[in-house]
Design a protein around this ligand. Structure first.
Ligand code: NAD
Ligand code: ZN
Length: 397
């Protein structure tokens, strides 16, 4: 038992009070964990574009369809403020709530924005990682147990984000959204596995599944896209074509196996035509990691007929629609999408961490910047300017 177990902890958190306004470091109160919850001390964060989206909260940032038992509901974008963002992180268990047996104080964990209860149809299916109870929900700002927040500032509730809210020195997370990992693993490196790198790598390895020698186009060369390239390299892809509007991305992309670079701005015809010409009719696989619906359509339309598969990863805006001619499907192109690269977080993250420890997986090259927690807004600035791939936020500084 830690000395703080059962007590309210006062600590620093970066609070988003309003959409698009710089985060403010505040002293907040973090309540003890309730049943099936765990309070963790966050040691490192990495900034993912999804944090930026929900912070910007532009008119309806997201349009995700959530399957319920009987129907489909649209998980629209409800701007929730004040909120504590953050979901790509690493930390240590401080205390556990009632019923938590698989974790104890001191364990090292990676929080995950989508959970794994282990019991539902999805968790039992080898084909899905969309846990019925704990799948990502960008609209929910409270804990499942009692529908309330664990964060307050002078009594005012502060909303959670993606069930993780890691931009706080302490946070409370459902046990099903925490992967217990090797305590020897450096958390300032493996934290990037808790979202971006696993998502991109899994999009290629688990969903697009290129065969050895095949060609893969990756749209968007941020951390998610570069991880998709890395996955293609690991799968033995013959050609990896990186597509990005930022010309600065190509030199760095070479380290992730990208063999050719296409900047749509350099061409006066649609990029799907450019790629079709380069590849005798289209690439075998395409992975979209931008969040732009234009790029989503381009990624689908640039795959070869007969066998081509495109995978969507980027988070679209609320008003976006995917428009393509149905003949593109009749000509035997396949369109897929993925959350978290189809990995099951609690089952697969510890294995990913072991791969890093055994030098089968490179993570250091994704990390280009590092800032103190007190300067967290700089991390947002680097990403907005397209300068960083992953910026680590050191919580002790
Ligand atoms: P990032 O900002 O670091 O990188 C995005 C890259 O896409 C940038 O280099 C940008 O220049 C490029 N880009 C933007 N529009 C483009 C276009 N039209 N054509 C070509 N390139 C374009 O972001 P990231 O952290 O790597 O995240 C990428 C996307 O993946 C985001 O939309 C993020 O929200 C999403 N995401 C999804 C999941 C999931 O589970 N599906 C998980 C994590 C992140
Ligand atoms: Zn993310």
């Amino acid at each position: 038992m830690s000395s703080t177990a059962g007590q309210v902890i006062k600590c620093r958190a970066a609070v988003a009070w309003e959409a698009g306004k710089p985060l403010v470091i505040e002293e907040v109160e973090v309540a003890p964990p309730q049943a099936n919850e765990v309070r963790i001390k966050i040691l490192f964060n990495a900034l993912c574009h999804s944090d930026l989206y929900y912070w910007e909260a532009k008119t309806g940032a997201v349009d995700l369809i959530v399957e319920t038992k009987m129907s489909f509901i649209l998980q629209g974008f409800t701007p929730l403020f004040p909120r504590i963002l953050g979901h790509e992180a690493g930390g240590m268990v401080e205390s556990v709530g009632e019923g938590v047996t698989e974790l104890k104080p001191g364990d090292h964990v990676l929080p995950c924005f989508t959970g794994e209860c282990g019991d539902c149809r999805h968790c039992k299916s080898e084909e899905s990682n969309l846990c019925e109870t704990l799948r990502f929900n960008t609209d929910r700002g409270v804990m499942l147990n009692d529908g309330k927040t664990r964060f307050t500032k002078n009594g005012q509730p502060i909303y959670h984000f993606l069930g993780t809210s890691t931009f706080s020195e302490y946070t409370v997370v459902h046990v099903g959204c925490l992967a217990k990992i090797n305590p020897a693993a450096p958390l300032d490196k493996v934290c990037v596995l808790s979202c971006g790198v696993s998502t991109g790598m899994g999009a290629t390895l688990n969903v697009a599944k290129p065969e050895k020698g095949q060609s893969v186009a990756v749209f968007g060369l941020g951390a998610v896209g570069l991880a998709a390239c890395e996955g293609a390299r690991m799968a033995g892809a013959g050609r990896i074509i990186g597509v990005d509007l930022n010309p600065g991305r190509f030199s760095v992309a070479k380290i992730f196996g990208v063999t050719e670079f296409v900047n749509p701005k350099d061409h006066d015809k649609p990029v799907q035509e450019v790629i079709a010409e380069m590849t005798d009719g289209g690439v075998d696989r395409a992975v979209e990691c931008t969040g732009s619906f234009h790029a989503m359509i381009q990624a689908f339309e640039c795959v070869h007929d007969g066998w081509g598969v495109a995978v969507l990863v980027g988070v679209p805006s609320n008003d976006d629609a995917f428009k393509t001619h149905p003949l593109n499907f009749l000509n035997e192109r396949t369109l897929k999408g993925t959350a978290f690269g189809n990995y099951k977080p609690r089952t697969d993250l510890p294995t990913q961490v072991e791969k890093y420890m055994n030098k089968e997986l490179e993570l250091d090259k994704f990390i280009t910047h590092s800032v103190a927690f007190s300067e967290i807004n700089k991390a947002f600035d680097y990403m907005q300017k397209g300068q960083s791939i992953r910026c680590i936020i050191r919580m002790d500084a």
